[in-house]
Write a protein that binds this ligand. Structure first.
Ligand code: SF4
Length: 237
């Protein structure tokens, strides 16, 4: 694949033109965002939102409330995704760490220097570097270009970086490639995060991306290959 023939900001503008304004973030509270990640494994956004609303309404989202809940009640909520028992365990772990290590309030974590803030957030299940950066972006704590797996896949296929031997290396490679051209303000970074995610979930799926329908095919290295119109699959997850 060749180098991208479009800047990052123009790419995001094209996606914005195509999709319109992206959906709002589910929360701006760090603990709620961690609960959101863990509540229902591999659930769609719609089902995850339903599960989150049910948890709030029937159990509550304070760590003490989750710790007092029955495992079966948490697992019933986790049925919005697969492996509901695993999701229940993760929710209990989230609540336990928040309660025991952070006094049930993670807002002070956001004020720590970046390495310490990321380290604290990574104490929680399902939160690695990308997840920690996403929380720090959506809570408007640090202006980072957080990317989920969908956004990462789109940017690799467009040609901003090559896929590396593992996910972390690919993530860092994209971050290095974008560093000089990223917007600095939270609104633009959050818009980019949400639109790239939306594009990766919709047209630029892991298997069989729908390149012929894609609004950025003409500037996409993968989209311009013969594979883009065949059943071949790009491998970035
Ligand atoms: S052209 Fe295909 S591979 Fe490129 S961004 Fe669009 S859907 Fe993804």
């Amino acid at each position: 694949m060749g180098a991208p023939t479009i800047t990052f900001s123009k790419l995001v503008d094209r996606l914005h033109q195509y999709y319109g304004s992206p959906p709002l973030s589910p929360s701006t509270d760090p603990l709620e965002l961690i609960i959101w990640e863990n509540i229902a494994y591999l659930a769609s956004d719609e089902h995850r939102a339903g599960a989150f609303a049910t948890l709030k309404r029937t159990i509550g989202i304070r760590p003490e409330q989750i710790l007092a809940a029955k495992h079966s009640a948490l697992a019933a909520i986790g049925k919005a995704g697969i492996l509901p028992d695993v999701s229940a365990e993760k929710l209990l772990k989230v609540a336990q760490i928040a309660y025991e290590e952070f006094g049930s309030d993670l807002r002070s974590v956001l004020k720590k220097p970046l390495p310490q803030a990321k380290k604290a957030l990574k104490r929680f299940p399902s939160i690695g570097d990308p997840g920690a950066e996403k929380i720090l972006l959506l809570t408007r704590s640090y202006p980072l270009m957080a990317l989920d797996s969908n956004g990462l896949r789109v940017l690799c296929r467009v040609g901003f970086a090559e896929e590396q031997k593992n996910y972390s290396a690919t993530y860092r490679s994209i971050q290095d490639a974008l560093r000089e051209q990223l917007p600095k303000d939270y609104d633009s970074l959050i818009r980019a995060h949400q639109l790239l995610r939306q594009h990766g979930q919709g047209l630029c799926k892991r298997s069989k991306p729908r390149c012929t329908e894609c609004p950025i095919q003409s500037v996409c290295a993968y989209g311009r290959t013969d594979s883009a119109t065949s059943d071949s699959v790009a491998t970035v997850k």
